[in-house]
Design a protein around this ligand. Structure first.
Ligand SMILES: NC(=O)c1ccc[n+]([C@@H]2O[C@H](COP(=O)([O-])OP(=O)(O)OC[C@H]3O[C@@H](n4cnc5c(N)ncnc54)[C@H](OP(=O)(O)O)[C@@H]3O)[C@@H](O)[C@H]2O)c1
Length: 258
């Protein structure tokens, strides 16, 4: 049976950079994008891990390469984008997925710890989006997608720096939608709730905390990393051409439950 409408969800021929693609949500998104036809450029700080992941994607007959760099180092970011420009000539999709965690009361943060968390979770978002836009503007086409968090629009105690940075990232996504909309570039966010990734290992290992989160979600469980990937493919695809400035919450109903 012919299903031509499915083509509007295809990423065939697209070049996509995914930051933090070595594990967790970034890895799930990278695999889904490669499986949807994109050439995925995998970023992280561990070249060995990225190489293994790229190897498993190419072994499956899909396209992947690696770009190891620290997203919080603007010089390394520029160098990586220069390399992408040399190799591919342009970029279609940026998934800014890296996010660092440091949960504790504000009074326990040193100046350096505050700066580090904001550099990685917020400042890097601007640096990456700016360099991506440079490669998208000449073609008047592109997709900027940031993985924010439900902490980008709600808050809980003991997590002020991460929450503030993610709120800032949500603002950036909306502002860039306004700035780049006239040039054919959309800017959207995906706001995850609780997903079972390495970053949440400690919480998942504590039955009381793990169960508390499950009970608070409408679906009664944590998310699996692959459950974020369809939304990223959709927002990057031609099917989402008129969606911009949007924050798509994927939290199993955590933030809508009374
Ligand atoms: N998991 C959740 O429940 C949840 C909920 C809400 C929001 N989020 C957001 O979703 C995103 C992904 O979360 P996750 O749970 O998948 O995280 P994760 O398991 O900690 O994975 C983060 C990835 O980013 C890479 N990374 C970390 N710092 C980096 C840096 N400075 N430069 C380049 N790469 C870096 C890590 O690899 P290396 O260490 O090898 O570099 C790793 O592959 C984050 O933005 C997070 O805030 C997650």
């Amino acid at each position: 049976m012919m299903r031509p409408y499915l083509d509007t969800f295809s990423l065939s021929g697209k070049i996509a950079l995914i930051t933090g693609a070595g594990r967790g949500l970034g890895l799930a998104i990278a695999k889904a994008m490669a499986g949807s036809g994109a050439h995925v450029i995998l970023n992280g700080r561990d070249p060995g891990r990225l190489g293994d992941t790229a190897g498993s994607i190419t072994a499956a007959g899909q396209e992947a390469s690696t770009a190891p760099f620290d997203v919080a180092d603007p010089v390394a970011v520029r160098t990586a984008f220069d390399e992408i420009a040399r190799t591919h000539g342009h970029l279609d999709i940026l998934i800014h997925n890296v996010g660092a965690r440091n949960r504790k009361p504000l009074l326990e943060f040193s100046d350096e710890e505050i700066r580090d968390l904001v550099e990685t979770n917020l400042v890097a978002g601007f640096t990456l989006a700016r360099e991506a836009a440079r490669l998208m503007l000449p073609r008047q086409s592109g997709r900027l997608i940031a993985i924010t968090s439900i902490a980008g629009h709600v808050a809980r105690s003991g997590d002020a720096v991460y929450t503030g940075a993610k709120h800032g990232l949500t603002g950036m996504v909306r502002a860039l939608a306004a700035e780049y909309g006239p040039f054919g570039i959309t800017s959207n966010a995906i706001a995850p709730g609780g997903f079972a990734t390495e970053a949440n290992e400690a919480m998942l290992a504590d039955p009381k905390i793990a169960e508390h989160f499950s009970a608070r979600t409408a679906l009664g469980r944590w998310g699996r990393p692959e459950e974020i990937a369809g939304a990223a493919v959709f927002l990057a695809s031609p099917a989402a051409s008129y969606i911009t400035g949007h924050v798509l919450t994927i939290d199993g109903g955590l933030t809508i439950k009374m």
